[in-house]
Design a protein around this ligand. Structure first.
Ligand code: TYM
Length: 339
């Protein structure tokens, strides 16, 4: 069986939360067993909104450490920093020139982020999905494991490959220059909702820290956040009731973290009040995050080793990325100094 190429990434903006883990990173761990996996810390994406230079360095290293703490094995996966592979920026420019403006104008996440940010929206924020397409295409990825909010960006990447690269530039013999990437979206956990409003997605950029559980939150903070999490006045918890999004979200988080089947939890909590359920949930989160946190602390005590892993990841990622970039540039007719 041929191994498939897998590529994904997380932005080093703020603290990674349980949504990032349950929706995406958790899936990466399984994929690295039988596939050729590339996971990057997408720092170029992180500057599409105003940023603090000191925090960017710190968050980049800390995000890489969290990848490993969550189970990514540097012996099996290439872990690297996006800006260390300059082909990402170069392909992004080429794709900019191939992508119609009206495809970009449909991007929901841009509209939401732009609304939040007010007037100072950068061109980079608008352009962000094209950079993401470049990330994926450079590795000629078959599979892209992400949460539900990235579905539209994946669709854009697929359209760019099919309609703007393969159909325009492939010669009749090869038919396709690049593979068309498939999104891999988990059935459970692909959209974890905010603790302060079950109708909104849990997000790193929410100014209310109480709306999310960060992977590095200590037990007392987790207890506090869960205690304050929004509830409703019903007795008994239930899943799937659209007027009770908080109950639905928190039961699902509990099930994922404690490996409890949804049906069993639904029965168990049907009569239970919030006051009894919340400590169980907090405990499930704390005990599941504990090994991740201790591995993370261990890794951060040895930054030289972490940097070594990233350097090695960068070396291997660059080889694959540069090869694909050359293939695309050749197909587009760039003079390579020799042709
Ligand atoms: P980012 O950094 O916002 O999120 C990282 C991953 O976490 C998923 N995610 C969630 N899943 C479930 N519930 C949530 N509340 C939740 N919030 C976030 C995201 O879907 C994502 O998979 N554009 C991407 C990063 C990126 C990328 C790429 C991903 C850049 N280039 C190439 C894949 C391939 C982003 O901003 O993710």
């Amino acid at each position: 069986m041929t191994r498939k190429r897998v590529l994904s990434g997380v932005q080093p903006t703020g603290d990674l939360h349980i949504g990032n883990w349950l929706g995406a990173i958790r899936n990466w761990v399984d994929l690295q067993e039988n596939n050729e996996t590339f996971f990057c810390v997408v720092d170029l994406h992180a500057i599409t909104v105003p940023h603090d230079p000191k925090l960017l360095t710190q968050n980049t290293l800390s995000t890489a450490a969290l990848y490993i703490a969550c189970g990514m094995d540097p012996e099996k996966s290439r872990i690297f920093v996006q800006s260390h592979v300059s082909a990402h920026s170069e392909l992004c420019w080429i794709l900019n020139c191939l992508t119609p403006l009206n495809w970009m104008e449909r991007m929901i996440q841009f509209k939401e982020k732009a609304k939040k940010q007010g007037e100072n929206v950068s061109i980079g924020l608008f352009n962000y999905p094209v950079l993401m397409a470049a990330d994926i295409l450079l590795y000629n990825a078959d599979l892209v494991p992400v949460g539900e909010d990235q579905k539209q960006h994946l669709e854009l990447a697929r359209n760019i490959v099919q309609q703007r690269i393969n159909s325009r530039f492939a010669n009749t013999k090869e038919k396709a220059i690049l593979k068309v990437p498939q999104p891999l979206i988990l059935k459970q956990g692909a959209k974890i909702m905010s603790l302060s409003d079950g109708r909104n997605k849990m997000s790193k950029s929410d100014p209310n820290e109480g709306s999310r559980i960060a992977l590095l939150d200590p037990p007392n903070i987790i207890n506090k956040k869960i205690k304050r999490a929004k509830t409703d006045s019903h007795i008994g918890l239930e899943l799937g009731n659209p007027s009770r999004p908080e109950a639905d979200n928190l039961i699902k988080i509990y099930c994922l973290l404690s490996d409890t089947p949804i049906k069993k939890a639904n029965e168990e909590f049907a009569e239970m009040g919030w006051g009894k359920f919340k400590p169980l949930l907090a405990e499930a989160i704390i005990s599941r995050l504990e090994p991740i946190q201790s591995k993370y602390n261990e890794l951060m005590q040895d930054p030289a080793e972490l940097k070594r892993v990233l350097k090695e990841g960068n070396y291997h990622a660059s080889q694959v990325a540069n090869e694909t970039l050359t293939k695309i540039k050749d197909a587009l007719g760039f003079f390579n100094g020799d042709n």
